[in-house]
Design a protein around this ligand. Structure first.
Ligand code: SAM
Length: 303
């Protein structure tokens, strides 16, 4: 099994655009809540590098997940996109953000329960650039995500955010490695296959625990998602979701055996199309092969 470490690209080093008034984050007036994964970023240079990766332009719509006291939000306000919305579960920080920056569209909600499709309507209503049906440009997502729930948030957002244009997330380094993992590696699993089926994942840079208050026990990393060209991969998402969960609960088992209980079709023939033998195990299949299997199994998993 190949365990070569992933390659980290060098960070971009963006500076505040000249002429924009600097905006400061809020003071840490509330105790960090462990249950909400609150490790607040206090290093301005790291925050600037993260926001730089989003490449915010004046016509963009941006949604930040988990703004807290606004380390990233303040820099997003400086970048002045057309729309800036934030999704924060903590009522203390939601209130403070609204009070400090009334121009910010604050959604107080749990990102785990958020229906990303609502973004089109919810974050400030239709924009002048929207068509009559409310369809317009997509969204850019950003967040220093709460590490305890980062994977399910990215799972949903990558698949269902309307017209996702770009996403930049700071997450636990080990989760970043899983997102970008290739078949046959130890880190390869359902999360990587799923997210890579919707977006390209780039590992941008790593971040040490010393830049957070309080300090987490693990290293962090920043990942960048960019959309795959439309129509590049066509597959039934629900079937892929079910298939991945079945397969990676049994990653060392042969795919034939895993599917025998739910499908009477010719798994070997599908695998052969991808040059894979009948004894293939989930950890060796590329995302494209899983998508093909999902197409074949759509009727079984999405009756
Ligand atoms: N963006 C800030 C920063 O960089 O310092 C805070 C990042 S902190 C790691 C995670 C933030 O996500 C916190 O503000 C926390 O309250 C919020 N959060 C935690 N769980 C959440 C959830 N399920 N939905 C929305 N926000 C959540």
């Amino acid at each position: 099994m190949c365990t070569s470490p992933p390659k980290w690209e060098s960070p971009t080093n963006e500076r505040t655009p000249p002429g924009r008034a600097p905006v400061k984050p809020l003071p840490l007036t509330h105790r960090a809540k462990k249950s909400l994964g609150q490790n607040f970023l206090h290093d301005r240079n790291v925050a600037r590098k993260i926001v730089g990766e989003l490449k915010v332009g004046p016509g963009d719509r941006v949604l930040e997940i988990g703004p807290g006291p606004g380390a990233l939000t303040s820099l997003l306000l400086e970048a002045a996109p057309a729309r800036l919305a934030v999704l924060e579960m903590d009522d203390n920080w939601s209130r403070e953000l609204k009070r400090q920056w009334p121009e910010l569209f604050v959604i107080q909600a749990d990102a785990l329960r958020f229906d990303w499709r609502r973004l089109r309507r919810q974050a400030g209503g239709p924009a002048p650039e929207d068509g009559p049906d409310g369809e317009g440009r997509g969204w850019k997502l950003i967040g220093n995500l709460p590490y305890n729930v980062a994977s399910p948030i990215m799972w949903d957002a990558a698949a269902t955010c309307p017209g996702l244009e770009r996403a930049v997330f700071m997450i636990q380094k080990e989760v970043a490695q899983r997102l970008a993992a290739e078949p046959g590696t130890k880190a390869y699993g359902a999360l990587g296959v799923w997210v890579q089926s919707f977006v390209h994942v780039r590992l941008a840079f790593t971040v040490p625990p010393t830049v957070f208050t309080p300090r987490p026990k693990v290293d962090s990393a920043v990942v960048v998602f960019t959309p795959r060209p439309e129509g590049e991969n066509s597959f039934p998402a629900r079937a892929l979701d079910t298939l991945l969960k079945k397969c990676f609960q049994n990653r060392r088992k042969q795919i034939q055996g895993i599917l025998r209980g739910c499908w009477s079709g010719d798994v070997a023939a599908v695998l052969e199309r991808y040059g894979l033998g009948p004894a293939s195990r989930p950890e060796t299949l590329a995302p494209r092969a899983f998508q093909e299997l999902a197409n074949v199994l759509a009727d079984v998993f999405e009756p």
